[in-house]
Design a protein around this ligand. Structure first.
Ligand code: NAD
Ligand code: 6OD
Length: 501
């Protein structure tokens, strides 16, 4: 912590000190407890974090409530939009600092962090600033009733104090999917970042102050889930709605916790995403894109592909080509632009991924490549590294084909016709994302329309526009984020019905 109370920069010998951000100030935990966040590339200490107590969470919710009924609630929408644009500007000016913080927390690669995730987070504020400016208008509806005629004017009102509980895989960009729409709609917010990745959400507090966002509008409480800041926030009676991204099991616990308070929940949950590759696809493009979809961020993107169905005539060639891509990946210093494979988020998560390696082996998988831990230079030997891994030969009910591994892995299976490919793709409890590869646009669109997933890419991956809807079918979630699709969660709709006579 610097003398002015802001969070400190991290050096190799001194980790960042992270506090909660409440009512415009960085504050120490009232319980005096701290926890550590470690960089998974080398297991160095990235940050020492103050764990928020129930009392701290209560202060944050009360600050958010006061701001809602104070300066923020009274603010003209154009002024609110201008502040969100200013937030985007400052993130852009400080992109190196945000990227550095994110890399320390996650071991992410510098290129996609600096050029992709942090700028996309800034853009999210601009998208919602623009939407706020247009006023979220809805068309009036005429009514003719025996009691008289009227005009109905539906209007959107802020939902209140939003709790945002965030994951570790894309910490900053995914937090902005919640923060930007919440604030654009006139709500205030209390964010609980993952205990693995507390820094960028906390740093954003400083940006909010610099932009002139009133104190209490944006708050951050750091801590864990159960019996800690996450659970305290879910249970708090002053929270009006909870937006959560993370594991399906955690989503179920949060929905249960929210039920007694009749709090609305938005749930962005896990996936077990399929890719369907027809023999007529642009082979080289498909292999390159599928390699990214499987191995990017070490497989820790909720949209990553973990199940591949490849039309039989190109099955062997495809497996060989993807194997070559996997074996060409180079783990190492995430700040070196030549590194192409990042680590898993933690040694704990590596244990889980390695247990799936073992389960695949036990189920009789053919290990095409990977299945273990790579040799690393001394500087990175303590990191959470695993080899990119490809399996074939498993049945559809094998654990590694059914459960989300959240690592750089996939199982590849051949198919013989369109119906079979669709049935395999849909044979999952999840329904978050899918890809379809074919030169025949009609077939690709026909197949895409039968896949039970919130986003289906045709001949590509991760080319989604921020304003388009994002969310999951089945156990992948409830609700949609993105542009106007976020509005139903972040607003209440009031119908003002005016008599015509
Ligand atoms: P997680 O569920 O373990 O944790 C997410 C957040 O919930 C953390 O902040 C954690 O502290 C908090 N939490 C945990 N238990 C809680 C409880 N009982 N009450 C309140 N808060 C609680 O998820 P993770 O490991 O951080 O993220 C990885 C998972 O997230 C994967 O399953 C991935 O698919 C999913 N994910 C989904 C999306 C999506 O948009 N659908 C996006 C990213 C990640
Ligand atoms: O659409 C995106 O920008 C994006 N990064 C989505 C990732 C979601 C889940 O991890």
């Amino acid at each position: 912590m610097s003398p002015d109370g802001n969070i400190t920069a991290r050096t190799k010998s001194s980790p960042r000190e992270i506090r909660s951000f409440i009512n415009g100030d960085y504050v120490k935990s009232s319980g005096g407890k701290t926890f550590e966040s470690r960089c998974p590339a080398d297991d160095s200490l990235a940050a020492v974090v103050d764990e928020a107590t129930r009392e701290d969470v209560d202060r944050a919710v009360k600050a958010a409530h006061a701001a809602l009924h104070g300066p923020w609630g009274r603010m003209d929408v154009a002024e609110r939009a201008a502040l969100l644009d200013r937030v985007a500007d400052i993130i852009t000016e400080r992109v190196d600092e945000f990227a550095d913080a994110e890399i320390s927390d996650t071991g992410k690669l510098i290129g996609p962090t600096l050029k992709g995730e942090i700028p996309r987070g800034a853009t999210q504020f601009r998208v919602f600033a623009e939407m706020a400016r247009t006023g979220f208008q809805m068309a009036p509806i005429a009514s003719e009733t025996p009691m008289g005629n009227a005009t109905n004017y539906p209007e959107r009102a802020p939902k209140g104090v939003i709790a945002a509980i965030c994951p570790w895989n894309l910490p900053f960009v995914l937090s902005t999917w919640k923060i930007a729409p919440a604030l654009a709609c006139g709500n205030t917010i209390v964010v609980k970042p993952s205990e693995e990745t507390p820094v960028t959400a906390t740093l954003l507090g400083d940006v909010m102050n610099a932009a002139g966002v009133p104190a209490g509008v944006y708050n951050v409480v750091n801590g864990y889930g159960p019996d800690s800041a996450g659970a305290f926030l879910v249970a708090h009676p002053g929270v009006n709605a909870i937006t959560f991204t993370g594991e399906t099991r955690t989503g179920a616990a949060i929905a249960a916790g929210a039920a007694s308070g009749i709090k609305d929940v938005s749930l962005e949950l896990g996936g077990k995403n399929p890719g369907v590759i027809f023999a007529d696809c642009d082979f080289d493009k498909a292999v390159a894109s599928v390699a990214a979809a499987v191995f990017h961020n070490c497989g820790q993107v909720c949209l990553c592909t973990e199940r591949l169905y490849v039309e039989r005539p190109i099955f062997n060639k495809f497996v060989e080509a993807l194997k070559a891509k996997a074996e060409a990946m180079t783990p190492g210093d995430p700040r070196n632009p030549a590194t192409t494979l990042s680590p898993l988020i933690s040694l704990g998560h590596r244990e889980k991924v390695l247990s799936y390696f073992e389960a695949a082996r036990k189920d009789g998988a053919t290990i095409v490549t990977g299945g273990g831990v790579p040799e690393m230079d001394e500087a990175f030997a303590g990191g959470a590294w695993v080899k990119p891994t490809i399996w074939t030969g498993l049945s559809e009910d094998s654990r590694v084909v059914k459960e989300e591994v959240f690592g750089p892995v996939c199982h590849i299976q051949p198919f013989d016709n369109e119906e079979e490919a669709i049935a395999c793709a849909n044979n999952s409890d999840y329904g978050l994302a899918a890809t379809v590869w074919s030169a025949d646009q009609n077939r690709a669109r026909r197949v895409a329309s039968q896949i039970e997933a919130g986003v289906v890419w045709v001949n590509g991956w991760m080319i989604r526009e921020l304003r388009s809807p994002f969310g999951g079918f089945k156990k992948s979630g409830i609700g949609r984020e993105g542009g106007e699709f976020s509005l139903d969660f972040y607003t209440e709709i009031r119908n003002v019905c005016v008599s015509d006579s």
